[in-house]
Ligand binder design. Structure first.
Ligand SMILES: NC(=O)c1ccc[n+]([C@@H]2O[C@H](COP(=O)([O-])OP(=O)(O)OC[C@H]3O[C@@H](n4cnc5c(N)ncnc54)[C@H](O)[C@@H]3O)[C@@H](O)[C@H]2O)c1
Length: 256
């Protein structure tokens, strides 16, 4: 699979799933725009990759802000002239019982996770005149009932709806799909375990981990690389007849 110097914009590209996706695109000859929320994060991720500026640029942007996303796409247009792939990966999550969420917390998570992907597609579109593909990142939290993330789960279910709506509106030139990861064991997950213990919902981190693993048929967490491979597949011509779909990469967790 080669992306033949076509341009991929990856939001939240500085670490974990986003960074794995940036690396996978670079390994397959794409040109990449690594987007994250501040200059320092972007600069250190870009310099860690050691790739020439004609193949990789970093841009800091807040995906929840229309002004910021518009400025991002202006930069991308000036640097590369066109976009073929948009990967809406930037996302945040806070933890709380639904009744304890503040309006600010609810709005911030929805703004980053749901408004952000819509804004990125809206403003990338003028650069996608030759067609292409969008991949939005959902989550198993959209499809499985889980505690403490009502706002996050709602935002990710929204992503599945947004994916379908965009797929219909942008066909046939642009395909729009989602990847729905299971559990990628990042610092976000460590933070959740520590939070559950600190709030008295659980007492033993190893037991929480074991409980999560027991509910995954494949009996393992997913890697960021595995998610990146699914994203690249949906961008590639191998998925040329697939649009509006959500590909679960959860070791089977979503089906049980
Ligand atoms: N880790 C998991 O188990 C898991 C599971 C299901 C879904 N996901 C989803 O996958 C995506 C990536 O997850 P991750 O674990 O790699 O997350 P992460 O927190 O490690 O990385 C997310 C990146 O997005 C950036 N970001 C946050 N807000 C931003 C904003 N407003 N504008 C621009 N960039 C912003 C962060 O700085 C960070 O670099 C997210 O959408 C997440 O919801 C993750």
């Amino acid at each position: 699979m080669s992306f033949d110097r076509r341009v991929a914009v990856v939001t939240g590209g500085a670490r974990n799933i986003g960074l794995a996706t940036v690396k996978a695109f670079l390994a397959r000859d794409a040109r990449v725009v690594l987007v994250d929320r501040d200059d320092e994060t972007v600069d250190s991720a870009v310099s860690s990759l050691g790739v020439a500026g004609d193949r990789l640029i970093g841009v800091s942007a807040d995906v929840s802000s229309e002004e910021s996303v518009k400025a991002l796409m202006d930069r991308v247009g000036a640097a590369f002239g066109s976009v073929s792939y948009v990967v809406n990966n930037a996302g945040i999550c806070t933890l709380n019982l639904a009744v304890d969420l503040s309006v600010e917390e609810w709005d911030r998570v929805l703004a980053v996770n749901l408004r952000g992907p819509w804004l990125c597609v809206k403003h990338a579109l003028p650069l996608m005149k030759d067609g292409g593909a969008v991949v939005n990142i959902a989550s198993q939290a959209a499809q499985r009932a889980q505690r403490f993330t009502a706002h996050y789960s709602a935002s990710k279910m929204g992503i599945i709806g947004l994916t379908r709506a965009l797929a219909v509106e942008l066909a046939p030139k642009i395909r729009v799909n989602a990847v729905s990861p299971g559990t990628v064991y990042t610092n976000m997950i460590e933070h959740e375990i520590n939070w559950r213990i600190s709030k008295g919902f659980d007492s033993d981190g190893e037991a929480v981990k074991k409980d999560w693993l027991d509910r995954i048929p494949m009996k393992r967490f997913q890697s960021a690389d595995a998610i990146a491979k699914a994203i690249l597949f949906l961008c590639s011509d191998d998925a040329s007849e697939t649009t509006g779909e959500t590909l679960n990469v959860s070791g089977g967790a979503v089906m049980v």
